[in-house]
Design a protein. Structure first.
Length: 253
């Protein structure tokens, strides 16, 4: 079981007067899909990059299974933590297959899974297409395939469905939910309805601090959510297959 934890992370802005992250402590483990939500500029992407070891906090530590992330060799970090950015700009005009093969190179034996990864993400017919000729949605699916093909114990995704159409977005969240049953998965989401519907746990950030952390329904019902976004949400409870969910509709604040 891979446990990823942050302890009192601080990341300052260039002007040194405010913080992007201000004493953030956070812990995630397999079994629940964790969503990071919050207004623009709340620190969600910065926190994710710190958790991935791609940004160094000015104070505080990130640990993976109790070991400081900064002390892990880069190869081990790359094998154990998969990071899905909002966008990717390769230095060369790689084909889809080459991008997925690059992802597979992070883990022993993963190269054998490349054909299955292409098929699972609807990319088999696009395998030889160069990156410059892909749509935004096709690039997003290729990135997902490149990360998942290595089967990392920890998966961090920054707004992975932003470029996808509705059908592919729903499928993506379904797959991440299944992946989270046995691995640690943290995803930044701006679509609050999807976050409430698909995540097991939600962590709400505002101005660099965690202001709420709990089950998706508990966070959706909390007035702290309204106060953080400056919006009066209308809660609609629905029931399907004996599972209760909440739908958020914004109204005037």
């Amino acid at each position: 079981m891979s446990v990823l934890a942050a302890d009192n992370l601080v990341v300052g802005r260039d002007d040194a007067r405010t913080c992007i992250l201000d004493g953030v402590s956070f812990r995630a483990e397999p079994g629940r899909l964790v969503g990071l939500i919050g207004p623009n500029g709340a620190g969600k992407s910065t926190l994710l990059r710190c958790l991935a070891g791609l940004a160094a906090p000015e104070a505080g530590t990130v640990t993976l299974d109790g070991r400081p992330l900064a002390a892990l060799p880069a190869a081990e970090r790359g094998r154990r933590i998969g990071y899905l950015p909002q966008s990717f700009h390769p230095a060369w005009d790689y084909t889809v297959r080459a991008v997925v093969e690059l992802g597979a190179s992070r883990a022993p034996g993963a190269a054998l899974r490349v054909p299955a990864a292409l098929e699972a993400n609807g990319l088999a017919d696009l395998a030889e297409r160069p990156w410059s000729r892909l749509s935004g949605g096709e690039r997003a699916r290729a990135l997902l395939a490149a990360v998942l093909v290595a089967e990392p114990p920890v998966l961090l995704a920054d707004e992975p469905g932003a470029s996808l159409d509705v059908g592919h977005r729903v499928d993506l969240l379904r797959r991440l939910t299944l992946y989270a049953r046995t691995r640690t998965v943290i995803v930044v989401l701006h679509d609050l309805e999807r976050a409430v519907r698909d995540c097991d746990r939600l962590v709400l950030l505002d101005r660099g601090r965690i202001v709420l952390d709990g089950t998706a329904n508990a966070v959706a019902l909390s007035p702290v959510l309204d106060a953080t976004f400056g919006i009066a949400f209308h809660r609609v409870s629905t029931r399907a297959s004996d599972v209760s969910t909440l739908s958020l509709r914004s109204g005037s604040s």
